[in-house]
Design a protein around this ligand. Structure first.
Ligand code: HEC
Length: 142
């Protein structure tokens, strides 16, 4: 039972940013269930959505609508609220502009624009949260 709990917790925190926090969570794995922040949940949603978008671009399918809830990147509660600086806001705006571009005009729903968007995820992550970068880079369309 103890082991199962630990394995489950490790799965959940696999991509979180702060290593010391991770250790603390693992130590307390049996007492405290890891609760992802609003921002972590939004990020995972953005990841999954863009996995599907990648497939659609490769297959040349219609992308549908820009998910308006991605704008919550400007307000979602972070695990570490001090991360939200003016710099972070600039990266958020850049990412949203690049993501919206894919949906604003079918001629812009290209592999190139998709990769520009993914690189704007990576650009912010380099400044705030390096853990998930290898995972995010897997979204890039070769
Ligand atoms: C403006 C900066 C910024 C942008 C842009 C950004 N991220 Fe993040 N991302 C973060 C921060 C900060 C966290 C940590 C969130 C937290 O723990 O509250 C995070 C967390 C994550 C996580 C880990 C979530 C977890 O379970 O802990 C993944 C995966 C992720 N981002 C993927 C992406 C993808 C994919 C994109 C682009 C589609 C993206 N991010 C764009 C800053 C950003």
């Amino acid at each position: 039972m103890k082991k199962i709990g630990l394995i489950i917790s490790l799965c959940f925190i696999g991509f979180s940013c702060n290593t010391s926090k991770k250790e603390e969570i693992v130590k307390n794995a049996e007492l405290v269930m890891y609760k992802p922040s609003e921002m972590a949940l939004l990020m995972n949603e953005m990841y999954q959505f863009n996995e599907k978008t990648k497939e659609k671009i490769i297959k040349n399918e219609d992308l549908g609508e820009f998910p308006a809830n991605f704008l919550n990147i400007h307000s979602a509660i972070l695990t570490d609220p001090t991360v939200r600086t003016s710099n972070f806001e600039a990266f958020s705006k850049g990412f949203i502009t690049n993501q919206q571009m894919l949906f604003s005009d079918p001629s812009k729903a290209t592999k190139e624009q998709f990769n520009v968007m993914v690189n704007s995820c990576v650009a912010c992550h380099k400044t705030t949260c390096i853990g998930p970068i290898p995972k995010i880079k897997k979204l890039l369309i070769p």
